[in-house]
Design a protein around this ligand. Sequence first.
Ligand SMILES: Cc1cc2nc3c(=O)[nH]c(=O)nc-3n(C[C@H](O)[C@H](O)[C@H](O)COP(=O)(O)OP(=O)(O)OC[C@H]3O[C@@H](n4cnc5c(N)ncnc54)[C@H](O)[C@@H]3O)c2cc1C
Length: 402
Amino acid sequence: MHKNILIVGGGHAASQLCGSLLEGGYTGALTLISEEACLPYHRPPLSKAYLSEDKVGPPLLRPASAYGHAQILLNTRVTAIDRTQREVTLSTGERLPYDALVLATGTRARKLPDLPDTLDNVHYLRTHADAERLRDAFTKASSLTVLGGGFIGLEIAATGAKLGKRVEVFENAQRLLARAVSPEISETVAENLVQAGVALNLDCGPVTFDVADQRVTALNTVKQQHPVELLVVGIGAVPEVSLAQAIGLTCENGIRVDSHMRTEDPAIFAIGDCAHFPYAAWNRPMRLESVQNANDQARTLAAVLLDQDPQPYAALPWFWSDQGSLRLQIAGLMPAQGERLIRPGPKPGNFSILHFDQDRLVCVESINAPLDHIAARKLLLKDSHPEKAVLVDPAIHLKTHL
Ligand SMILES: Cc1cc2nc3c(=O)[nH]c(=O)nc-3n(C[C@H](O)[C@H](O)[C@H](O)COP(=O)(O)OP(=O)(O)OC[C@H]3O[C@@H](n4cnc5c(N)ncnc54)[C@H](O)[C@@H]3O)c2cc1C
């Protein structure tokens, strides 16, 4: 049984791990170390409601009292790990011992190498501090340029349009959310944004920037020079693996762990966005960026650390994104190839896309069809496979098949 657990990170995974350890009866030393200034908070609202509200402070995942006897060190970065001594070094210079070390370091925003992020009107969005800075800029700007047609960039674009800004999106791919959703969903999201007044530039090719007086003044494509007042760059995230890499742990698109979240070092574990894990149902390793994955991996690891009949990580992936008036929900993992069928929803414009691998239902994407999403999660977990024709019949509720 572990007696001294150190958690590096102050996000969803770290918070859930604290919660699960305490619920599981852990009484040993427990320390959460976060470089951020506040207790772990809900990150998803930062690109959604938070930007258009005047709330003070981020929505916390748990009140301070829920961390029980855990010691929480904020504004503190772990700068190094000594595997031999089993100690970490903090940005304060202090060294802390551990017998189990958990890396829950998440991701950081992918940066444009040629564009300094210190420019006054350039924004990335990952943390509450980033959101505060962007929200402040929103109050002054009348137009917004978004580079990147992924989930976060488009959520910000939709929020900007709702706030009455002129919004223009530049995306290199031929459709929005190209790596994450089916073409029908991309199309629906695009139509919705255009209806909200957002101008879309797909297949925009490489971009360059004009910079003057500490500001980006224009974004240039081969076709046009677009004046920039406020620029949000949403071109994805990279796993934060620097600590693990420095001590020689294998990192390839994340910190490599086994199905119990263990790295090659028996005293070091990794969970959440930073972990590259084997997913048994797919028979291949992967890394996911979602709240569900961070929480469920934390629960798996808590059982391992508490030695409470730990099971290999096999949770069903699910995800959501709010794109203006559209709620997009995904259950399961989309197959690289396979058949997809549309299940119409209760109202025009609402629908789900059912993905099949051979005859097995493996993934369901839903637009404004939350009941389909909930039923799909249960159906996928149950691993039962009703006839395709029955599944896509909108007259028969998906939950009928449970
Ligand atoms: C704007 C935004 C919107 C999102 N929307 C959705 C959504 O709608 N649905 C969804 O499912 N997911 C969404 N996500 C993704 C989701 O937030 C992440 O998957 C989730 O936060 C992962 O949790 P985590 O604990 O693994 O990492 P994080 O939440 O990123 O936490 C990592 C923490 O570790 C800290 N840290 C890193 N290195 C160190 C160090 N050396 N020392 C101390 N602290 C360190 C970081 O500062 C951070 O606090 C969104 C993410 C963002 C940024």
